[in-house]
Design a protein around this ligand. Structure first.
Ligand code: DC
Length: 450
C-alpha cells in the first residue's frame, strides 16, 4: 500500500499543475482523475450522444476502455488505444465531463480504476471526491480553492496560449456553471472532506502554493510515521479546562522597558501612518487577555500593542527565529514566541496558555493568514479553544486600511467589547461550544472591519 495524497477542489484552482510539481518533487505518481471523466465525455460526444443524459451515456460505457499511462513521468490518457491527452482539454469536453460526472454509473465505472492505482503506488490524486469517496483513508487530504474570477483568469490565459478563441466572460461563466454542477450534483458532490486542510490559492503564486502544500504533506506524513496514537493522547490532555489565575504581574524591568519603548514606537508609527484607534476603552488594564484580530500586515501585532499597557505575545513561525541574533531578540522582546509547524497544534496551544498564565496578553489572528483584499476570512477554532481552556476574555480587533499598507496610509484600529467564555456558558471544549464561541469572535471581528 502506497502513500496517498488526495487533492480536491473546484475547476481551475491549480490542482493539476500543483499536483504534477509535487509528484515530481516527492517522487510520487500523479493521477489526474478529471482526465478519466473527460475521456468518457470525449467518447460520448464523439458518438453524438448527450453527455448529461444517463440513458444515452450508460449504454456506451461498455465500449470504453480508458487507461492512464506514464511516459517520462507525465500522464497520458489512452482511450480505446488512442492517446487523447490533448483532445480532452477543450471547453466542450470540460462541460461534457461535468455532465457525465454527475451520472452514478459513470462514477462507479471509474471508481475501481482509481482505487487500484492508489493501492499500488505512492500517489497524488487530484479530483473532486478523492478525499471524501475514492480514498477516504488518504494519508494527506488537501482542499485547494481559489476565487472564481482568479480561476477564470488562469484558465483563460491557458486557453489563449493554445489558440482557443473563448472570451474571459465565457470562461468565467463556464467555471461558475461547472462549480454549480459539481457542488449540487446528488452523487459525490464537490465538498471538503472534514479532515482535509483547505488551501486558498487566490493570492498565491504557483511556487508558493506548491511550497505550502508540500509542507503540509511532509508534516502529515512525518507525524503519521511518528505514531498517531501518542498524538491523540496528547491532544486529550491539553483539551482540559484550566482557567488561568488573573492578576499575575510581569517583571518590573520588562514593564518599565515596555512603558518607555511603547510611546517611542507609537510616535514612529503615528508619523509613518495616519493612525487612529477606536474603542480603546474596551482594552483591559490588566493582562491575561486574548486579542483576536483580522490579519492584514506584518505590523498588525504592533498596531494592537500600541494602545495596550500590558505586553502582548503572539505566535510566529519558527523560521523567523533563525535569522540574525538582533532580530530574534527584538521579536522575542516584542512578544513573539516560536511555533514549530508540523508538531501539531498542541504545542502552540500549550505555549499560548502558558503566556496567559504569565500575565501576558495574547494576540491571535484566527484567519491564520493575511487577507489581501481586506475581507475577513473564515476563522480557525484555535482561538476559541485557547479562550475556553484558559477561560479568559477575547477582545475582538478590526484593523482597517485600504489597499497595501504604505507611508501615510490611513489606518484605523478598532477594539470591540470583550467576549467572555463564561458569559456564553462555554465551560468545556466540546465542538459545539467551541464553534459557538468562534462564531461570536469572528462575527465581532467582522463588525469592526469596514
Ligand atoms: O479537473 P477537471 O476539470 O479535469 O475535471 C473534469 C470534470 O470531471 C469536472 O467537471 C468534475 C469532474 N470530476 C469529478 O466529478 N470527480 C473527479 N474525481 C474528477 C473530476
Amino acid at each position: 500500500m502506497g502513500i496517498n495524497i488526495a487533492l480536491d477542489g473546484p475547476s481551475g484552482a491549480g490542482k493539476s499543475t500543483i499536483a504534477k510539481r509535487l509528484a515530481e518533487r516527492m517522487g510520487y505518481v500523479y493521477v489526474d482523475t478529471g482526465a478519466l471523466y473527460r475521456s468518457v465525455a470525449y467518447n460520448v460526444i464523439s458518438k453524438g450522444a448527450d453527455p448529461a443524459d444517463s440513458t444515452q451515456v450508460c449504454p456506451l460505457l461498455s465500449g470504453i476502455d480508458v487507461k492512464l499511462a506514464y511516459e517520462n513521468g507525465s500522464q497520458k490518457v489512452i482511450l480505446n488505444g488512442e492517446d487523447v491527452s490533448d483532445k480532452i482539454r477543450t471547453p466542450e469536453i470540460s462541460m461534457g465531463a461535468s455532465g457525465v460526472s454527475a451520472i452514478p454509473v459513470v462514477r462507479e465505472f471509474l471508481f475501481e480504476l482509481q482505487k487500484s492505482i492508489a493501492r499500488e503506488n505512492n500517489i497524488i490524486m487530484d479530483g473532486r471526491d478523492i478525499g471524501t469517496v475514492v480514498l477516504p483513508d488518504a494519508d494527506v487530504k488537501i482542499f485547494l480553492t481559489a476565487a472564481a474570477e482568479e480561476r477564470a483568469r488562469r484558465r483563460y490565459k491557458e486557453l489563449q496560449e493554445k489558440g482557443d478563441t473563448s472570451t474571459y466572460e465565457q470562461v468565467l461563466e463556464d467555471i461558475r456553471q461547472r462549480d454549480y454542477n459539481d457542488i449540487h450534483r446528488d452523487i459525490a458532490p464537490l465538498k471538503k472532506a472534514e479532515d482535509a486542510v483547505e488551501v486558498d490559492s487566490t493570492d498565491l503564486s504557483l511556487d508558493e502554493a506548491v511550497e505550502v502544500i508540500y509542507k503540509i504533506a511532509e508534516d502529515k506524513i512525518a507525524s503519521k510515521k511518528n505514531g498517531s496514537v501518542q498524538k491523540k493522547h496528547e491532544s486529550k490532555e491539553i483539551a482540559q479546562i484550566r482557567p488561568v489565575k488573573r492578576g499575575k504581574k510581569l517583571s518590573p524591568v520588562r514593564m518599565f522597558l515596555y512603558s518607555i519603548l511603547r510611546p517611542v514606537v507609537r510616535l514612529i508609527y503615528k508619523c509613518w501612518f495616519n493612525l487612529s484607534f477606536e474603542g480603546t476603552e474596551n482594552i483591559p488594564k490588566d493582562g491575561s487577555n486574548i486579542f483576536a484580530s483580522n490579519h492584514r500586515s506584518y505590523s498588525d501585532p504592533v498596531f494592537i500593542a500600541l494602545p495596550t499597557r500590558v505586553p502582548l505575545s503572539y505566535m510566529a513561525k519558527e523560521e523567523l527565529f533563525k535569522q540574525n541574533i538582533f532580530f530574534t531578540w527584538l521579536i522575542r522582546f516584542f512578544g513573539a514566541f516560536p511555533v514549530t509547524r508540523g508538531k501539531g497544534d498542541t504545542a502552540a496551544i500549550d505555549m499560548s496558555v502558558e503566556k496567559l498564565e504569565m500575565g501576558r496578553n495574547l494576540v491571535i489572528f484566527p484567519e491564520g493568514t493575511r487577507s489581501k483584499d481586506g475581507k475577513v476570512g473564515k476563522g480557525k477554532t484555535g482561538v476559541a479553544l485557547i479562550a475556553a481552556i484558559a477561560q479568559v476574555p477575547v477582545i475582538p480587533v478590526g484593523i482597517n486600511f485600504e489597499g497595501k499598507l504604505k507611508f501615510r496610509r490611513k489606518v484605523v484600529v478598532r477594539f470591540g467589547r470583550p467576549i467572555r467564555p463564561e458569559e456564553l456558558a462555554v465551560t468545556s471544549v466540546s465542538p459545539k461550544e467551541l464553534k459557538m464561541l468562534k462564531t461570536k469572535i469572528m462575527d465581532a471581528i467582522t463588525e469592526l472591519v469596514y
